[in-house]
Design a protein around this ligand. Structure first.
Ligand code: PLP
Length: 355
């Protein structure tokens, strides 16, 4: 039997084994249809039922009413949402909270369409915290936030400050915790971290939002068109959506509360080691630490070779930090099991004992 790989990649990243089993079967024969998922029409009843079940599950898991909200499975990643949000909804002024380079990229795209007010920024400390003391102007078309900052390992824990039209990039923490999804008028996430393979982007939008669209928006970038065409204006990413569906069923049956408890247990274990092990320092401010991406550094860079060798021997992959932060980042998405965190902690303890 091959050695277990502990996959800490930031995305695409570890996924539940059930996805691989079910999608492999579907490539040969989709649910006994005699056809592969790769060759069925996106207009066939087989695919229509996959798409509608996936959409219903997203709304159901979010505890949102399907009469009030729509779920879309689009393409182009979260990066396309950066511009779609502004193209559809930015007319005068929008407020963006700048908590990292993904927020920064969203701001850059939004500036093509209107004025952007940076509500606050944590750039002064290389985004290692979530700004808190700032005033939100009253005349905004919407507020845009990034709920979890994948690169820096910070996460927003309360949304009560945002009482305006709220838009969120949830790419790296969607369905990782129980939150009030009805606080958002629109949220989006590339599937490739907590939900499924790359290729599909989940967008949940309050139907009332389409009344705000007040300019000619090309069809592919127009939320109204995608809602009216039930997320099949053009060919949707059929295979990725099917894989997402398998995982969404798991998420639904496990429940967000249980998922959150598991994620917190994993992250707290690792943060405890970071705080107690003299070889390491956490990167993010303690109160803003992410439960999804744990960022940390070695106190002495000279130990990097030995630490990385220990990790390699244990089958640990994907822990190198993003180039803009350096150090290490352990991504603890839903599908990562606690034994992987324990394996990483073993390496950290071993390093401490060796030096
Ligand atoms: N937003 C966040 C928070 C991310 O972590 C990422 C990718 O890692 C993106 C946006 C970009 O997503 P995509 O590659 O789907 O455009």
């Amino acid at each position: 039997m091959s050695k277990k790989i502990h996959n800490f990649n930031a995305g695409p990243s570890v996924l539940p084994k059930e996805i691989f089993k079910k999608t492999s079967e579907s490539i040969v024969n989709l649910d006994g249809s005699g056809l592969s998922i790769l060759e069925i029409s996106h207009r066939s009843n087989d695919f229509k039922s996959i798409l509608s079940e996936a959409q219903e599950l997203v709304l159901n898991i979010s505890n949102l009413d399907s009469n009030e909200y729509s779920c879309l499975f689009l393409q182009g990643g979260a990066s396309t949402q950066f511009l779609m949000v502004a193209y559809n909804f930015l007319y005068n002024q929008a407020g963006y909270l700048n908590t990292g380079s993904w927020s920064d990229k969203a701001i850059k795209e939004a500036k093509h369409f209107g004025n952007v007010t940076e509500l606050a920024s944590s750039k002064d400390k290389n985004y290692n915290y979530i700004p808190k003391d700032y005033i939100i102007p009253t005349n905004l078309d919407y507020i845009h936030i990034t709920t979890n900052n994948t690169i820096y390992g910070t996460q927003i824990s309360s949304f009560s400050k945002f009482d305006k039209t709220l838009v969120a990039d949830m790419s790296s923490d969607i369905f990782s915790r129980e939150i009030n999804y009805s606080a958002f008028d629109l949220f989006y996430a590339g599937a490739q971290k907590n939900i499924g393979p790359a290729g599909a982007t989940i967008v949940v939008i309050k139907n009332q939002m389409i009344e705000k669209i007040n300019r000619e928006v090309p069809s592919m970038l127009n939320y109204k068109v995608h809602i009216e065409k039930e997320s099949s204006f053009n060919t949707p990413p059929v295979f990725s959506i099917y894989a997402c569906l398998i995982n969404l069923r798991e998420i639904k049956s496990k429940g967000l509360k249980n998922i959150e408890l598991e994620n917190k247990a994993k992250a707290e274990l690792l943060y405890e080691e970071i705080d107690n092990n003299p070889c390491f320092d956490g990167f993010a401010e303690t109160e803003d630490r992410s439960y999804m991406n744990v960022t940390f550094n070695l106190n002495d860079e000279n130990n990097s070779e030995i630490f990385e060798k220990l990790c390699k021997e244990k089958g640990i992959i994907g822990v190198n930090g993003h180039r803009s932060v350096g150090g290490y980042r352990a991504s603890l998405y839903n599908a990562l099991k606690i034994d992987s965190v324990e394996a990483l902690i073993d390496c950290m303890k071993k390093l401490e004992s060796l030096i």
